[in-house]
Design a binder for this molecule. Sequence first.
Ligand SMILES: Nc1nc2c(ncn2[C@@H]2O[C@H](COP(=O)(O)OP(=O)(O)OP(=O)(O)O)[C@@H](O)[C@H]2O)c(=O)[nH]1
Ligand SMILES: [K+]
Ligand SMILES: [Mg+2]
Length: 366
Amino acid sequence: MGILEKIKQIEEEMARTQKNKATEYHLGLLKAKLARYRAQLLEPTAKSGGQGSGFDVQKSGDARVALIGFPSVGKSTLLSKTTHTASEAAAYEFTTLTAIPGVIEYKGARIQLLDLPGILEGASQGRGRGRQVVATAKTADLILVMLDATKSDEQRRLLELELDAVGIRLNKSKPDVVFKRKTTGGITINATVKLTKTDEKTIRTILAGYKLHNCDIMIREDITTDEFIDVLIGTRKYLPCLYVYNKIDGISLEQIDKIARQPSTVVISCELDLNLDYLIDRIWDELSLVKVYTKKRGAQPDLSDPICLRKGATIEDVCNGVHRSLAPNFRYALIWGKSSKFSPHAQKVSLAHAVHDEDVVSIFTK
Ligand SMILES: Nc1nc2c(ncn2[C@@H]2O[C@H](COP(=O)(O)OP(=O)(O)OP(=O)(O)O)[C@@H](O)[C@H]2O)c(=O)[nH]1
Ligand SMILES: [K+]
Ligand SMILES: [Mg+2]
């Protein structure tokens, strides 16, 4: 019998079994068995392709947010509650077996929310679909680390260890180190700050370990040895993250209060619809999206269809957001709003001008 059939049998037996004190233990066993089989479904096979590549989901919208967490913390429930996409949710582990995208529409932005299979301890060593989940997570602009508020906070540490092991650095900025390889000339190390957590000797030992004998290194931050290794390896992914504690309907107000006070943390209950609007608001803030309205000459700005851009975007990005023919034929733009130095009046600007949230832009072409 194949795994899928075994799973079906167990599901049928669970549906047949009445829930009461006498069957509690048996149901528990069935649930554990079901989780085991579903975990097997997630084991990488030759067919499922390279373990290092993510799920094949087209990026869409203005930003991508990925849901990462252990099984059954409520990832799929959240997707179904906040988007028009339904993702199956159930009381057994590994309900979700692939990446499921949904769209959150908020303040004129379309944010892609990706539901992913639960990850296991040991995911970084290749257990389950861990690597595939993580490879997909690396393509996101923001990670939601989802946790079960009714469980011990040890889960958060374990999850962070897994993500750390695969090179995801959450809420950390890239170490301020410039590293240049050369073909000759030996090693030069310069630091503009005093190094208190590592030293030149350690750094030289590491470089030798990586067989790097010619390079220039400029250190502009008091880094640790691990952070230096991150710079050398170069493939680390530095991602912003929100810790989302779900199921707060199951804990006391005191406990909720304690969790909610932690940095970058949002407490929610998908079941009771608690704080979901606030979560979306926080997601919007974390993504630092900038909304810009376009205006034709002599007309009112088009408030119904803003262009959403990442923080730091320029007039060139606005042009590309309208049509790709605009930037090559650009003459100048007029801009109203916070980024105009003559506000409330317009300023004439070039392609490199950085836009601000809620600016209004008119583009003039050749
Ligand atoms: N009490 C409570 N239960 C919840 C809440 N949100 C989800 N659940 C329940 O938790 C169980 C798991 O939910 P899922 O959405 O399937 O969890 P998941 O993280 O997608 O699980 P996998 O796909 O198996 O990794 C379901 O029985 C949900 O009804 C909540 O806020 N409170
Ligand atoms: K589940
Ligand atoms: Mg799920």
